[in-house]
Design a protein around this ligand. Structure first.
Ligand code: NAD
Length: 350
């Protein structure tokens, strides 16, 4: 059993903790909470011991929550830490705590790439994490782009150039103080947005430019992608590549799936916890191929897309399972849509 500690129990941390607990080769040692709020109560109800920062112990006790220990106790009890604390706090935790111990740490995409030795995406570079001490699972948008590109590449469809226009959700559903409320905001106003360079931390050779705006939506991001392929390919070949790649779902308008709201409704109807949709949802009808030009639109559920990546990163860093075995185990345990998916090195197309 791999003993995992989760530091930061917010949007990402609570989902990763549940996903880890669903693995038969992993166990949650505990989660670190900074406040004794309802999240601490929920963690305890889930059977996760709750740890806190040393300076917060009294606050927890006053609120009637006896912490299982401090962050250093959690690190000592764990084989691997998943740090899902807010942007830049992961780095602070690294300097303050993690560097003292030899344990591997998985950081999130809100950290700068240099917090870790390798930036990670399971489909693209699983093996590069093996034996590393610090690994960073790239952000939601970056994971989405890497999945789309890797679905093509794994199936022998090379991409010479990628240009991705990102419509970012303005906030997560719980973030009542963020916006915009009635605006479309270049986010950032400069080109390229940081997502393109971030993709290159994993796919180093890709020629990519990204442009992003934020809109008053909380459910998902939408990407409008233009890929220049290495040679002309048929639309059928592109669809086949996407259809057989794990963690990439083709949503068809004819089946009532032509908007992000409908994707989330599908997740809810599937009975997914929290209405999560960790796959990228490619709108099949948007897939348009003209010679070596490919256009497509896909949705990225920001709250859950990195969850399976974190589970795989834990196995990857320890060398616990080979790439495809881990990806398949994770997908099946989380109930991801696996029909027609190929869990194995995909043969390049003739
Ligand atoms: P969040 O604010 O929902 O959760 C972070 C949690 O960490 C909060 O509960 C907070 O109280 C706690 N925390 C604060 N200080 C801490 C500390 N010193 N040590 C440990 N925990 C501390 O944030 P989130 O959305 O879950 O984001 C976490 C990371 O995941 C960030 O790097 C973010 O960029 C990345 N990420 C977020 C999303 C998303 O859409 N929410 C998607 C992909 C990646």
């Amino acid at each position: 059993m791999i003993r995992v500690g989760v530091v930061g129990y917010g949007t990402i941390g609570k989902r990763v903790a549940d996903a880890i607990a669903a693995q038969d080769d992993m166990k949650i040692v505990g989660v670190l909470k900074t406040k004794p709020d309802y999240g601490a109560m929920l963690a305890l109800r889930r059977g996760f011991p709750v740890y806190t920062l040393p300076e917060r112990v009294d606050e927890f006790r006053k609120a009637g929550v006896e912490p299982a220990g401090t962050i250093e106790d959690l690190i000592k009890a764990s084989d691997v830490i998943v740090d899902a604390s807010p942007e830049d706090v992961g780095r602070e935790n690294k300097e303050k705590y993690y560097q003292k111990y030899g344990k591997p740490v998985i950081f999130q995409g809100g950290e700068e790439a240099d917090v870790a030795e390798v930036s990670f995406n399971a489909l693209a570079n699983y093996e590069e994490a093996r034996g590393r001490r610090y690994v960073r699972v790239v952000s939601c948008n970056t994971t989405g782009i890497i999945r789309a590109l890797t679905a093509l590449r794994l199936n022998g469809i090379g991409v010479r150039k990628a240009r991705v226009f990102i419509v970012r959700r303005g906030a997560d559903p719980k973030e009542f103080k963020r916006g915009p409320i009635n605006d479309v905001v270049p986010n950032p106003v400069t080109v390229p947005s940081h997502h393109g360079p971030d993709v290159k931390t994993v796919l180093r050779d890709v020629d990519i430019v990204t442009v992003a705006v934020a809109v008053p939506v909380t459910i998902m991001h939408m990407h409008m992608a233009y890929f220049e392929l290495d040679s002309p390919h048929s639309r059928d070949a592109v669809i086949e590549a996407i259809a057989r790649t794990p963690r990439v779902y083709i949503a068809e308008a004819g089946r009532g799936l032509q908007s992000l709201a409908q994707i989330i409704e599908l997740a809810r109807d599937l009975g997914r916890a929290r209405g999560d949709f960790p796959e990228i949802a490619v709108f099949g009808d948007s897939i348009t191929v003209s010679g070596s030009e490919l256009y497509m639109m896909y949705g990225v559920h920001q709250e859950s897309i990195v969850v399976p990546e974190n589970v795989d990163a834990v196995r990857a860093v320890l060398g616990a399972l080979p790439k495809w075995a881990s990806i398949e185990k994770t997908d099946r345990s989380l109930g991801l849509l696996a029909e027609g998916k190929r869990y194995g090195q995909l043969a390049p197309r003739p």
